[in-house]
Design a protein around this ligand. Structure first.
Ligand code: ADP
Length: 485
């Protein structure tokens, strides 16, 4: 079946791999069309026409004019690449600039982010109403706050279509001040506690949470955590109120792009010789000594969420036990500085690259003995799944999707032959330090460690289990809407 044969869905997102990516959101948005095609769904993905996206598709076709999009000129372009069928919102006043999707060159939020993503949401609502040619979606899939206003605009335009909002990270609320409502063409009728008001401000995420027909997040454990004040980031009450419409569907990874046997970025790969060869190269690349202990890797945004300050505190004991660490990441300036200092203080044992480098990340999963993910919270997490697939044993905090994807190497799991990694309590330096001691001990027991690596590499991390869950959710919402009409 070709991808375009399925039932039509419009996805709305601010990132989509491989064109534009700052984190896991992009991987998931990029993977879902392929994953859901066999379920009978054909997803078209609406993406902002960032400078880099337009440059990647100079021959994109003009599909429609979208005049007066929040007072600005805009067009809709269309292009296909592999399984992706993209609708690109070309609005130069909003997206034709250098910098990342959300930040300017100085790392500050673009001051007009509210307009930039409200325009994306309004364009989606107009597409849902008018279609594109004879194409009309049966459902709109919203990703994170950047698509949060879609249900409000659909309502304002009088369009009755089911919507799903996927929460990839509830930390980002898309807040703007109440006096921006007119600029965003939002009716003030919804500016109240049951609508998109959030303590006197306007919240795009809350607009989606209260307005979408159904909500899901990217792991069952995070879905549960979101109902609690510790994890709900001020929106746990809203989530609890929508408990009947809320579910957790674990992310998968693209097992073609992330395939240790065929990955062009790494050496030919098989345990144990392939791992050893890739580890040798990685040590060279990072200027690390030949070591007998485990080579751990971190590939991460450097933000408070990721717990890498906890790892800095746990580092001395780990290094004393013979461990080594290679880190690739960027973000918070203080963390970047602290990690550079850790590398300077521990030459040959700790290597740090500040930046974003997709190909290097592949070499790291291939060469690492372990991948460390000590997050304070983690909606799903993808890096532990890349680690599983490439035999880099995940050492992860017991939270969110990390808890749902890694089986701790405790005595029972080792005896049953199912262990894939190491879990530790989140938020705790001592628990992390203890987990790293366990890693060193397991690594020294070569036969056991190899068994864990083999289990890890066999663990299913693709979309086979989750794609039918999304398919069933889509079907239920479309069918319920049809019956109620
Ligand atoms: P989040 O979305 O919170 O950043 P995830 O684990 O869900 O975390 O996804 C992170 C994705 O971004 C993974 O694909 C990871 O490999 C990638 N990534 C993060 N930082 C870097 C980096 N500095 N260089 C290359 N890839 C990175």
């Amino acid at each position: 079946m070709s991808i375009s044969d399925g039932r039509p869905v419009l996805a709305v997102a601010s990132e989509c791999a491989p064109m534009v990516k700052t984190g896991g959101l992009a991987d998931v948005v990029g993977a879902l069309p392929m994953a859901l095609a066999p379920q009978g769904w054909a997803i078209r993905t609406l993406l902002p026409g960032y400078r880099s996206v337009l440059a990647a598709f100079p021959r994109a076709r003009v599909l429609a004019d979208l005049p007066d999009l929040l007072g600005l000129p805009a067009r809709l372009l269309g292009v296909s690449r592999g399984a992706l069928d993209l609708l690109i919102l070309d609005a130069p006043a909003l997206y034709d600039r250098d910098g990342s999707p959300y930040l300017d060159e100085n790392g500050q939020d673009w001051p007009d982010n509210d307009v930039r993503f409200a325009a994306l949401s309004l364009a989606a609502a107009r597409i849902a109403r008018d279609g594109v040619g004879d194409w009309r979606p049966e459902l709109v899939h919203l990703h994170d706050w950047q698509a949060g206003f879609v249900p409000i605009y659909l309502d304002q335009l009088g369009v009755n279509l089911p919507t799903v909002l996927t929460i990839h990270n509830i930390a980002f609320h898309g807040l703007t001040s109440a006096d921006r409502m007119a600029r965003l063409e939002l009716s003030p009728a919804r500016f109240n506690v049951n609508g998109f008001e959030y303590f006197g401000q306007v919240s795009a995420l809350k607009a989606g949470l209260v307005g979408a027909t159904a909500i899901n997040t990217v792991s069952p454990t995070y879905a549960q955590e979101l109902t609690t004040p510790d994890y709900g980031m001020g929106l746990d009450g809203v989530i609890r109120a929508r408990a009947a419409d809320m579910s957790g569907i674990l992310n998968g990874i693209d097992t073609d792009t992330w395939d240790p046997v065929r990955d062009p970025a790494i050496q030919w790969y098989r345990l144990p010789s392939g791992k050893a060869a890739n580890a040798r190269l990685l040590r060279q690349e990072y200027g690390l000594d030949d070591g007998a202990g485990p080579l751990s890797i971190v590939v991460s945004r450097l933000s408070d969420q990721k717990g890498l300050d906890l790892l800095l505190a746990a580092l001395p004991d780990y290094l004393a036990a013979g461990g080594q660490l290679a880190l690739l990441g960027s973000g918070d300036a203080r963390l970047e500085q602290a990690w550079r200092a850790a590398a300077d203080a521990n030459p040959g044992q700790v290597g740090v690259r500040i930046g974003y480098d997709e190909a290097l990340s592949h070499r790291m999963y291939a060469g690492g003995d372990a991948v460390l993910v000590p997050s304070r919270f983690e909606p799903c997490g993808l890096t532990q799944m890349y680690g599983l697939r490439y035999g880099a044993v995940p050492v992860v905090a017991r939270t969110g999707g990390l808890a749902d994807t890694v089986i701790d190497a405790n005595a029972a799991a080792l005896a049953a032959g199912v262990a894939t990694g190491i879990l530790h309590a989140s938020h705790s330096v001592s628990a992390l330090a203890h987990a790293l001691q366990r890693l060193c001990a397991l690594h020294a027991d070569t036969a056991t460690f190899r068994r864990i690596q083999k289990n890890a590499m066999k663990h299913p991390v693709g979309w086979d289990a989750s794609a039918p869950l999304y398919g069933a959710l889509y079907s239920r919402l479309v069918d319920e809407r049809t019956i109620s009409q």
